[in-house]
Design a protein around this ligand. Structure first.
Ligand code: SAM
Length: 215
């Protein structure tokens, strides 16, 4: 059982809605959907959790695929979508996504759950799996904010902006944090890149929101 599978099982038993399990939807993602055109409307979410974003996309007429390494999350997504969407139980750092298939690939609060070379391999995989003119939307945690995150008050510093919490539900799971320069380097194959820090009103949260497209 993965660390995240334990988190979902605990939530199902009445435990806390840790991290993003609760219903919060990123308004920036909704705006991104509004201001972009999608030709075939075939989306893939990496780290889909309970599938709350896929449900929104389905309502907008998208074909919705998802990947998650938690079997509990995968089942919750399937129940929430109530259709024959392709929800795959897989480790995103090992799974080979079919090439040139999607016109939207997105990942919210998920791809940073690994070492930096693993995260880079997922971003490269996303590039190959997007069709020409396909769009992506990804969040990554901001390095400068890492010190203020409760989860990382008690952590092991693995160097290069990678921290592993030593307590709490995500204990033992490496998390990669990025500064702005690293974000641009990571997405340098893409075009029309937009990078912003997540904000609600004047409050700045600790995440980069990155979007762009494949030429
Ligand atoms: C913070 S949750 C975000 C879920 C969803 N995107 C949302 O915003 O509600 C992180 C998700 O990434 C998944 N995850 C973590 N590591 C993974 C991996 N190596 N491969 C696939 N999924 C993974 C977890 O199971 C979890 O569902």
């Amino acid at each position: 059982m993965t660390i995240w599978d334990k988190i979902y099982k605990n939530y199902q038993k009445g435990g806390p809605a840790w991290a993003t399990i609760e219903g919060r939807i990123l308004p920036q993602f909704i705006n991104f959907l509004k201001f972009n055109k999608f030709n075939i409307k075939h989306a893939l979410e990496i780290g889909c959790g309970m599938g709350k974003y896929l449900v929104i996309l389905k309502e907008l007429g998208f074909k919705t695929d998802g990947i998650d390494s938690s079997i509990t999350a995968m089942q919750m997504t399937k129940n929430n979508l109530k259709d024959d969407s392709n929800i795959i139980l897989a480790d995103m750092f090992e799974y080979e996504i079919p090439k040139n298939k999607y016109d939207l690939i997105f990942s919210i609060f998920s791809v940073h759950h690994g070492l930096k070379n693993q995260v880079k391999s997922v971003i490269d995989e996303i590039y190959s799996s997007l069709m020409s003119n396909g769009k992506f939307f990804i969040t990554l945690p901001d390095y400068n904010s890492s010190k203020s995150w409760d989860t990382f008050k008690n952590n092991k510093d693995l160097g290069n902006g990678v921290f592993t919490p030593l307590s709490g539900p995500e204990k033992g799971l490496p998390h990669s944090f990025y500064n702005r320069k690293e974000v641009y380097a990571l997405f340098n194959k893409f075009t029309d890149i937009k990078v912003e820090l997540e904000k609600s009103g004047k409050i700045v949260h600790g995440n980069w929101i990155i979007s762009g497209k494949k030429l």
